[in-house]
Design a binder for this molecule. Structure first.
Ligand SMILES: [Zn+2]
Ligand SMILES: [Zn+2]
Length: 317
């Protein structure tokens, strides 16, 4: 694989700011520094895709070729190129692959999750952003679903720690204060006289007024899935996160801590086990719990042992 480092200035592509440019006949990618930095990339429907470039990860010929196809609106060809790049170990390609999997309307986040996670485990901040800003945050918009706040906080903290920043520190603190003040399930307020809230011993994020409320969240609210997934990350990712990122950027092919982590999270499971879930979100099988309506977004977190519903590949990548 030929890696070709290029200078890039900005990291973030603001999707909303570029919607007006979608009317242009072709969103050809200019090779000028400014255009490259802004990543004016459209998918086949001429919708802007959010690409957050982590400049520490080297580009490859796959990225150059893939971007060229994207610029011509040839999304499926670009997709194939990024897939090839991903399989050959190019993490910059992997980020594009995960973004394209999610789709311009982030309609298929369950398909994007395993790839966003693969990139995030390697410390690619584009993939971490995709996880915390799209895949986990979407739950905030759907009132019937529980937002995986603990997972969102994990990746927000990881992002800051990898980049030695403090961008999300304040927000996480505010969220913690908010959650500590009342029972997550029945909203009973903590009071000095009669109610003392207890918190989840593992993630220490959610608080409850009683064992009943805690169990309701654990089972029906599927906090178990989130909390178990988080436990795997805390044990097998957190202590090694910086080393894995450095080794990946360095181009190391054998990273034992990463392979162990991928196995623990179920990313390396056989494809036959989840083949039936590799369909658009709208076609996902019903995942009814206690007669509740279809909750396809459930596939965006984890199974109740903390492993992912959909894996990436058993191969070493
Ligand atoms: Zn309660
Ligand atoms: Zn928990």
């Amino acid at each position: 694989m030929t890696n070709k480092k290029r200078n890039r200035k900005n990291k973030k592509k603001d999707a909303s700011s570029s919607s007006s440019s979608s009317s242009s006949a072709t969103a050809a990618i200019s090779t000028t520094a400014t255009a490259r930095a802004n990543r004016r990339i459209m998918d086949g429907e001429r919708k802007p895709l959010k690409i957050y470039v982590d400049k520490e990860f080297p580009d490859s010929t796959y990225v150059v070729r893939g971007e060229r196809f994207l610029g011509r609106g040839q999304t499926s060809t670009a997709f194939d190129v990024f897939k090839e790049g991903t399989e050959s170990g190019c993490v910059a390609s992997l980020c594009y692959y995960a973004v394209l999997m999610a789709g311009a309307h982030t309609a298929d986040l369950h398909l994007s999750l395993p790839w966003a996670l693969e990139g995030a485990l390697r410390g690619h901040c584009g993939c971490i952003s995709l996880l915390k800003n799209d895949i986990y945050k979407i739950f905030y918009q759907v009132t019937t679903l529980d937002p995986p706040i603990a997972l969102w906080a994990y990746w927000a903290k990881t992002h800051d720690s990898l980049l030695n920043k403090r961008e999300t520190r304040k927000t996480i603190k505010e969220v913690r204060v908010l959650l500590a003040g009342r029972c997550y399930i029945c909203k009973t307020i903590d009071s000095e006289e009669d109610v003392t809230l207890r918190k989840c011993d593992d993630c220490k994020m959610y608080h409850y007024c009683s064992v009943e409320c805690q169990l309701t969240h654990w089972k029906e609210g599927e906090h178990r899935n989130e909390c178990k997934h988080l436990q795997i990350l805390n044990k097998y990712h957190k202590p090694y996160a910086k080393r894995i990122r450095e080794a990946t950027i360095h181009g190391d092919k054998q990273i034992p801590a990463l392979e162990r982590l991928r196995n623990r999270l179920g990313l390396t499971r056989k494809k036959e086990e989840y083949q039936h879930l590799l369909v658009p979100m709208k076609d996902l099988p019903r995942n009814a719990i206690n007669g509740s309506p279809n909750r396809p977004d459930d596939y965006c977190i984890a199974r109740n042992d903390g492993t992912v519903h959909i894996g990436s590949t058993p191969a070493v990548i």
